[in-house]
Design a protein around this ligand. Structure first.
Ligand code: ADP
Length: 475
């Protein structure tokens, strides 16, 4: 079994201490990942800082050219890397390829943005002075990414920080480090200067503490659970370290009686079942207006039953395994709880015990009351709770009755309603007649307990830039 290396200061480092990487479709290890201890992570931050001193000096255009070359490498290697993503994460191969295409697009977007770290010239208030606002890179960035989109969420962080002139130490998730190693191979192939981008792995809490406590690390960017986000917030309080946090979601999906029903069903299918339901912007609660409730359910259940479940490497599979047994147990518990609250299980909902992997049949549960667990907590599985509503005002209130606010979806053809929803739904991203709102050029992030700050778009690079006011006396 191959032991994959870390990428440290331009060197490939294989260590004695390793952990197993499990293929969730087979519930067995297929590779090992090298691990380092906290003092070696501190060394990586030192090296990243040394690299920062020159990386920040080169032009944005030159940094962008590196990112374009990395994008080309990633694109060229997509067949091999997509198999790796599927093997460590479980998602169907077609979705791994989409993930790579999105990562390539992020790199290209930020390659172009690298040239545009604009400042401002501000008219002076008194004579004899001039005022400038300039943007400078924040410094070394500690990036922590999760397992559900193992490539693109790390690349998203790296591309924006590198474009801004920062250097990056990335810690991928324990379950899925290999996509990041494959990305580092692309970085290495284009001869990015040593230390500008590095990969570390080891104890997550120790690496997190090193990022927090080491003064050379100037910012942490994190995607993951709200509970780990809270650990980082507590640690950041000690040293006043800036954080960008993309945390949990609990997205409502609203279908109004004036919607194009077929499109609404297709939108709900993708918003719910993409990545086997393991997406922070997954539709977790589906509200359908009463006059079309039964018709929606009929179509939605038929399409859910037709989903092909299996090993993501096999052609045509649409639903892969969950990441582990715990995830399958949580999905089963959410369904049990909904049924105990009077909901009806219309299809699926079974852990496929006859298979070795962590497979769970996509489920639709109807008439789930708002107090059901799956209406309150992120399920992170192919479980779709559906319930009826009567009025727009009522459903907006129910949709917003959550501590989370990452994404929301609505299907309607009424223009006035569209604007009312845009303005009143409490979410950082809203898909109107669109189940897949994410795109490189628009900000990605949440409100309330879904996090702080934005990735992607103009905001994505600004997150890694300091704003400085320069006042010049010229008299
Ligand atoms: P999930 O529930 O999706 O696995 P986590 O928040 O546990 O989400 O994991 C997201 C990332 O955070 C992973 O890279 C994980 O290793 C890392 N992580 C877990 N615990 C900590 C911690 N105490 N400090 C910093 N990072 C952590």
């Amino acid at each position: 079994m191959k032991t994959h290396p870390l990428y440290l200061n331009g060197e490939w480092v294989v260590t004695e201490t390793t952990h197993a990487v499990v293929n969730p479709a087979k519930a067995e290890p297929f590779a090992r990942m090298s691990l380092i201890d906290r003092s070696r992570v501190a060394q990586a931050l030192n090296d990243a800082h040394a690299a920062f001193l020159s990386w920040r000096q080169i032009t944005g255009k030159a940094r962008g050219e590196f990112l374009q070359k990395i994008a080309a490498e990633l694109d060229r290697r997509r067949d091999g890397i997509s198999r790796l993503i599927t093997m460590e994460n479980g998602k169907p191969l077609a979705q791994s390829l989409t993930e790579i295409a999105m990562a390539v697009d992020h790199l290209r977007w930020f390659a172009e943005e690298a040239r545009r770290g604009y400042g401002r010239v501000i008219p002076n208030q008194v004579e004899g002075k001039r005022h400038l606002v300039i943007k400078t890179p924040i410094g070394v960035v500690g990036a922590i990414s999760p397992w559900n989109f193992p490539l693109v969420l790390g690349v998203r962080k790296a591309a924006s920080a590198l474009a801004a002139g920062c250097t990056v130490v990335l810690k991928p998730a324990r379950q899925t480090p290999l996509s990041s190693v494959a990305f580092a191979e692309c970085v290495d192939a284009v001869k990015l200067p040593p230390g500008v981008f590095q990969i570390v792995a080891g104890s997550a809490s120790e690496i997190g503490q090193e990022f927090l406590q080491n003064p050379l690390c100037r910012k942490i960017t994190f995607t993951g659970s709200t509970s780990v986000g809270q650990i980082l917030i507590r640690g950041a309080a000690e040293c006043v370290k800036p954080l960008s946090l993309e945390l949990g979601g609990q997205a409502p999906l609203l279908v109004f009686e004036d919607a194009d029903l077929e499109k609404a069903v297709d939108g709900a299918m993708i918003a719910k079942f993409r990545n086997t339901g393991q997406s922070c912007i997954a539709a977790n609660r589906i509200y359908v207006q009463r006059p079309i409730y039964q018709r929606f359910l009929d179509l939605f259940v038929a399409k859910t039953k037709a989903l092909k479940i299996g090993d993501g490497l096999l052609v045509g599979v649409q639903i892969g395994p969950l990441i582990d047994d715990e995830a399958a147990a949580k999905a089963a518990q959410h369904i049990e709880d909904a049924v105990a609250h009077g909901a009806r299980l219309l299809c699926g909902g079974r852990r496929l015990k006859e298979r070795k992997g962590f497979f769970f049949e996509p489920a639709v549960v109807a008439d789930v009351p708002d107090r059901g667990l799956c209406m309150q907590e992120e399920t992170f599985a192919p479980v779709a709770p559906v319930c009826a509503f009567d009025t727009e005002a009522e459903v907006i209130q129910r949709a917003n009755a959550s501590n989370f606010g990452l994404s929301a979806y609505a299907f309607t053809r009424d223009l006035g309603r569209t604007f009312r929803l845009m303005e009143s739904l409490e979410a950082g991203m809203i898909g109107i007649n669109d189940g897949v709102p994410t795109t490189s050029q628009c900000p990605f992030g949440g409100v309330k307990q879904s996090g702080w700050g934005r990735e992607l778009g103009l905001e994505g690079m600004d997150a890694f830039l300091e704003t400085k006011h320069i006042s010049i006396g010229i008299a």
